[in-house]
Write a protein that binds this ligand. Structure first.
Ligand code: FMN
Ligand code: EPS
Length: 392
């Protein structure tokens, strides 16, 4: 089966479940390989009280034995510690004293359309699954993808380059992405990090919230992942869809993104150079197109960036309608994050990892790591020869 994953679980239910299909046998995989990213997802200045309750860790329920994958689906569970406070309200079995329904849909959340679509008068039935708590399960899938990719030298990092009005250059941020774990806002520039924190504080003080932008960089991808042959195979489109699917993401760009519309062709295309110093390999004079041409990787770092809207649950109440009473009302305030852009960047890394792992296995796929390695090495050797032939 194709490398893919699905998730299940409600935000305040017993736990978040991930089922990863198409994982080859023989991949070394430990719980800590996945837990590292779960911990990174929990961090970030501006996170709300929930992250003080949770310490996200996976339990393997299937697919791994003695530290190696078996080729069967990898099933993982992250228990929600907060469930202890919600057992009656979230009980799968009927309860004697059900809680009052929540009937004030928040503008910007899934509440209103969700209630209409799923025919419920209690928006808790909607928010439990539309909550970004589900992204724990995505990051777990991303951990498996990253472990696979790391075997072939592919590394994925991210950096936050804008929160509200505090910003740094996206290209500079992408360059510093490997250092961004050091910053509370995942921004590689210390001064801008402080400015971002001040922006978050100011928004929170005003009982409001802020969004921002992050960039994900995948280094070490071989050329030729994805394809131009069928629209469904185009890697830029698949990356955009995967990143756009993250809660609150409203725009995705590849490389310099929308700026391609501003410049002349000679200022946009990445010229191809013969790299005499590195044994006659090919290189590029720039990477404005974010490592993707014709829906395929071209060997340069893959650069995908995204804009996240501000959190919609804010103390400054916004106008809504009480659907039980049919009256104008002010929104309700649940516990919430005031800024989750740093967390979204880690989720972005995970979604990019999953899509690249999927394309990697389409290209080099086999049932086990030995066959995949052989296929990868044969390909890398062949494309190195093409360069040698071009030269002679
Ligand atoms: C990591 C993360 C944390 C979030 N935390 C909150 C939150 O605390 N409160 C909130 O209202 N929205 C939060 N959101 C955003 C909502 O989940 C999102 O706006 C909602 O699901 C509606 O989806 P849409 O914005 O994509 O249309 C968060 C998003 C992410 C990625
Ligand atoms: C639980 C997480 O994020 C949640 C995402 C979220 C939302 O509406 O998306 C609302 C908040 O939920 P709660 O009311 O339980 O605090 C966040 O904390 C998480 O990221 O682990």
């Amino acid at each position: 089966m194709k490398f893919s994953f699905s998730t299940a679980g409600e935000s305040h239910g017993p736990g978040e479940v991930t089922l990863v299909h198409g994982v080859p046998a023989g991949l070394g995989l430990l719980a800590e390989d996945v837990d590292r990213d779960l911990a990174r997802r929990q961090q970030g200045y501006g996170r709300g009280g929930r992250q003080k309750i949770e310490t996200d860790r996976i339990e393997f329920l299937g697919g791994v034995r003695h530290g190696y994958t078996l080729g069967s689906p990898v099933a993982m569970l992250v228990r929600n510690k907060d469930y202890g406070n919600w057992e009656s309200r979230m009980s799968p079995a009927p309860v004697e004293d059900p809680p009052e329904p929540i009937t004030l849909p928040r503008p910007g959340h899934a509440d209103l359309a969700g209630m209409q679509k799923y025919a419920t008068d209690d928006l808790r039935n909607i928010l439990e699954r539309s909550s970004a708590r589900e992204t724990v399960a995505r990051v777990a899938a991303g951990g498996v993808a990253r472990k696979l990719l790391s075997e072939f030298g592919i590394r994925i990092n991210s950096a936050v380059y804008r929160i509200g009005g505090a910003a740094m250059d996206k290209v500079e941020a992408a360059r510093g992405a490997a250092r961004s774990d050091e910053s509370e806002v995942r921004c590689p520039d210390k001064e801008v990090s402080e400015a971002m924190k001040a922006e978050i504080d100011a928004a929170r003080y005003a009982r409001d919230a802020l969004g921002g932008s992050f960039v994900v960089v995948a280094e070490g991808c071989p050329p030729g992942l994805g394809s131009y042959v069928d629209w469904r195979d185009k890697l830029d489109a698949r990356l955009a869809a995967a990143v756009m699917s993250i809660n609150a993401i409203k725009g995705v760009e590849v490389g310099i993104g929308f700026d391609v519309a501003k410049y002349r062709s000679s200022e946009v295309q990445d010229e191809i150079l013969l790299d005499e110093e590195n044994g006659g390999g090919l290189s590029r004079a720039s990477n404005r197109l974010g490592g993707l041409e014709g829906g395929m990787t071209n060997g340069e770092p893959v650069v995908v960036s995204a804009a996240m809207k501000p959190i919609s649950t804010i103390a400054k109440q916004l106008r809504t309608v009480d659907l039980a009473k049919g009256e104008a009302a002010m929104g309700f305030k649940e516990r919430a994050d005031s800024c989750a852009v740093p967390a979204a960047a880690v989720i972005g890394e995970s979604m990019v990892a999953v899509v690249i792992a999927q394309a990697f296995l389409e290209k080099f796929g086999g049932d086990n790591m030995t066959d995949i390695r052989a296929s990868y090495e044969a390909y890398m050797e062949r494309i190195a020869k093409i360069v040698a032939e071009t030269k002679n």
